[in-house]
Design a protein around this ligand. Structure first.
Ligand SMILES: Cc1cc2nc3c(=O)[nH]c(=O)nc-3n(C[C@H](O)[C@H](O)[C@H](O)COP(=O)(O)O)c2cc1C
Length: 343
């Protein structure tokens, strides 16, 4: 279980499994003593090219914090937080955006804490085909309860035409993102074309996780002009849509989304919901790029008639269902997330 006087190493070793867009793992932690640490968002590992890329930085921080609470509980600690909630400035000379300070408070571990930690460590993104079965209503209701506790509404559709339309919007987002030079550059930074590269670097989106042979992914990504060509473009589209076989249901979250505090709460709620579905054997695949790409977002909002009044937003869309276990997305070692004390 590690050094009882310095729990950070053991906690970070589990907490680094939090999910992040493009698996960029942007959160850094600087322990000040055995109970307290500062947390930062490393702007060099952010994805600001898209319009909602910056809010998603805070969403990712919220996902991390929920993961930290889950891990710390499994290791026998509550976490208290003092957060800063300032906007991220990706042009800042200081590349570490301060998120705040977290403190560990010792407490007994319950069986529920242990099982939640196990679920956290088991959670994955599944980009595999799903098996076309519906998730039971009781599971959806319990996920909806989790969402409403975080002031979000979990909505779902199993209407075949709507599901088809949303899957099409997600696929065309990829095509449209590739035409945007800044977004294209960002994606290329995070693609890992061989298993070896994915394992050694311990981050990014591997061809394996995207269910594509590395050489095919490399060719397709290095010739983005071909994506618009009739035959090859059609082939790439068909290959991508093939991984979406058996998708019966999509879900999304609507909730307050008008500043860093909202984005962080949204991220926490999303991970809680993801863990609840994982606990019940349900796979999930976020379609975050549908949100960060403005035209895809508005197509999604009108397809589902989402409520975006009063500072609320339909801020996350995902497919969910049942699939076989996906390939593991690697993480950088704990040491890459831990920073030494400030000098
Ligand atoms: C806020 C958020 C948005 C995401 N958006 C997408 C997305 O648009 N497409 C996608 O394939 N994966 C998306 N993901 C999944 C990440 O790529 C994934 O969590 C990461 O690669 C690590 O893999 P794992 O979840 O299997 O551990 C998103 C994850 C988060 C937390």
């Amino acid at each position: 279980m590690g050094d009882p006087n310095n729990p950070w190493a053991a906690i970070v070793d589990d907490a680094r499994q939090y999910p992040s867009p493009h698996n960029s793992q942007p959160i850094k932690l600087r322990p000040l003593d055995e109970a307290t640490a500062e947390i930062f968002y490393d702007l060099d590992l952010g994805l600001p090219a898209e319009s909602f890329g910056i809010p998603f930085g805070h969403v990712c921080a919220g996902v991390f914090l929920e993961g930290l609470h889950t891990v710390a509980a499994g290791h026998g600690f509550d976490v208290s937080e003092v957060l800063e909630h300032s906007e991220m400035d990706f042009s800042s000379a200081d590349r570490l955006h301060p998120l705040g300070t977290v403190s560990l408070i010792r407490r007994p571990v319950t069986p529920e804490d242990r099982s939640r930690l196990a679920v956290f460590l088991r959670r994955q993104t599944s980009r595999r085909p799903y098996d076309a079965t519906l998730v039971p209503d009781a599971v959806i209701e319990s996920a909806a309860t989790v969402a409403s506790a975080g002031h979000n509404t979990f909505r779902t559709t199993a209407d075949a035409a709507t599901v088809r339309e949303l899957v099409r919007i997600n696929q065309s987002t990829l095509f449209s993102d590739l035409q945007n030079d800044a977004v294209y550059g960002e994606i290329m930074t995070w693609l890992r074309f061989s298993r070896q590269e994915a394992r050694v670097r311990g981050d990014g989106l591997s061809a394996e996780a995207m269910l594509l042979p590395g050489a095919v992914l490399r060719f397709a990504m290095s010739h983005r002009e071909l994506w618009r060509a009739p035959v090859i473009g059609g082939l790439i589209r068909a290959t991508y849509l093939n991984t979406m076989r058996g998708v019966r249901q999509l879900g999304w979250l609507e909730g307050p989304f008008s500043g860093p505090a909202d984005y962080i709460e949204a991220g926490r709620t999303f991970l809680r919901l993801w863990l609840r579905l994982t606990r019940d054997g349900v796979s999930l695949h976020p379609f975050g790029t549908v949100i960060t790409n403005p035209s895809s977002h508005s197509a999604f909002v009108s397809a589902v008639d989402a409520d975006e009044s009063d500072g609320r937003m339909a801020w996350m869309l995902f497919r969910f269902g049942h699939s076989s276990r996906p390939p593991v997305a690697h993480r950088r070692p704990a040491a890459a997330m831990l920073m030494g004390a400030a000098s």
